[in-house]
Design a binder for this molecule. Structure first.
Ligand SMILES: Cc1cc2nc3c(=O)[nH]c(=O)nc-3n(C[C@H](O)[C@H](O)[C@H](O)COP(=O)(O)O)c2cc1C
Length: 383
């Protein structure tokens, strides 16, 4: 049954559209100036690659599918009130290139079921993993059953819960009460109807929380660390064009440029955990793939290679897709994915890695500043 678009629904829809506009504009300073930390990591060159460059296998397994690249198109949009052409474009790209696709928050569907076509992407992407998305702060007010029922209507393979306290704290009318979120996530996992993925939105998840989430039944954790889109800054940019009646806690955003845990630092701290009991040398070899998605500031095939070498199951990107589409439409999106694939394959060849398992055995060297940051995070986190 369709419910009419209520005032909250209309507000959410206008806000989503503004977020997309702000992020699409390269003049907007929405990115963390530190970067994600991948530039500090150097894969070991192999002068005798026992591999055929044309037979490098970049496939990865994710949610029962074989994806052609270890690259998730991160959760972004839907319910913008403009027919959501962007989701359809991304869904077609995902299908054509064999990539998993995350959909933006489906919160609006609990205000306006008329927006369902914006999220019902299965017919455009029948053969790839599709992920529905909801904010952690909304979990408390929604029964697990209702959420799962909506996700089933969208024919998705998993439900993503996003953690975005940074965004909520500055967003006018944002959800400021995050109590009970861990329990709500656990209840959703216990419901058992579909895999649950938990992600941040650009400030990262500390290693201890990653381990706790996985132990509580979460299937995958998407780090969505700092280094790329920074929602304090997105809201700050949007804050310059607020609607009347909205107020923006702008001071926080200007105090907190470069907030959060950089993606590569979290991943390295997770990779170093266990066997060597937190002792992080100047080189790293991931021993086993983690059910972890490395996203937040991932920019290239080389970054993806570094993330996989550090133990990520796959990587994810949001902003590069928004910017490519804004600059050159579907052709630019296509070029972006082709370039990433070519770059990843070249890097793997130069490391002598025939597939992702081989890439995880290559090893990385890291500068002392990076190693110090990883050591500090591991120590503070254990604290
Ligand atoms: C325009 C835009 C909209 C987004 N909307 C959502 C969302 O609805 N739900 C969500 O979990 N994350 C959302 N994100 C966050 C991304 O999924 C991702 O975690 C974050 O942008 C960091 O990745 P990046 O540095 O590659 O952009 C959005 C990002 C962008 C750029």
């Amino acid at each position: 049954m369709n419910t009419p678009l209520d005032a909250d629904g209309a507000r959410i829809s206008r806000r989503k559209l503004r977020h997309l506009d702000v992020c699409a504009d390269p003049a907007m300073p929405v990115e963390d100036p530190r970067g994600a930390g991948f530039d500090n990591l150097h894969l070991v060159h192999e002068c005798l690659p026992e591999a055929d460059a044309d037979a490098i296998d970049t496939c990865c397994e994710f949610l029962g599918y074989t994806c052609r690249l270890p690259l998730l198109i991160s959760c972004m949009t839907g319910g913008t009130g403009d027919g959501s052409p962007f989701n359809v474009i991304l869904a077609r790209l995902a299908q054509e290139r064999g990539l998993p696709l995350g959909l933006g928050s489906m919160r609006i569907l609990f205000h306006d079921q008329g927006a369902i076509p914006d999220f019902a992407m299965r017919r455009y992407a029948p053969d790839v993993p599709l992920l529905a998305n909801i904010g952690a702060a909304q979990l408390e007010g929604l029964e697990s059953g209702r959420l799962v029922e909506m996700a089933r209507r969208l024919e998705v393979d998993a439900l993503v819960v996003h953690l975005n306290p940074g965004q909520e704290i500055v967003q006018p009318g944002g959800d400021r009460d995050f109590r009970g979120v861990s329990d709500a996530i656990r209840r959703l996992c216990d419901h058992g109807a579909m895999p649950v993925i938990v992600k941040e939105t650009g400030h990262g998840i500390r290693p201890r929380r990653v381990r706790e989430l996985l132990a509580s039944g979460v299937a995958w954790v998407d780090l969505a660390g700092a280094g790329g889109t920074d929602w304090l800054q997105v809201e700050s940019c949007r804050g310059q064009q607020l609607e009347s009646g909205e107020s923006f806690a702008g001071g926080i955003a200007s105090d907190c440029v470069a907030w959060g845990l950089q993606t590569a630092v979290i991943l390295a701290a997770l990779a170093a955990d266990g066997d060597n009991e937190g002792d992080i040398p100047g080189w790293l070899v991931s021993r086993r793939p983690l059910p972890v998605i490395a996203s937040g500031g991932v920019k290239s095939g080389l970054d993806i290679a570094r993330a996989i070498a550090l133990g990520a199951g796959l990587a994810g990107m949001a902003l590069p897709f928004v910017r490519a589409h804004a600059a050159g439409g579907e052709a630019a999106l296509e070029r972006l994915v082709l370039t990433i694939g070519e770059s990843l394959r070249s890097v793997m060849f130069l490391c002598g890695a025939r597939n992702l398992a081989g890439l995880r055995r290559v090893g990385l060297m890291a500068g002392s500043e990076f190693v110090t940051a990883v050591r500090q995070l591991a120590a503070v986190d254990r604290g």
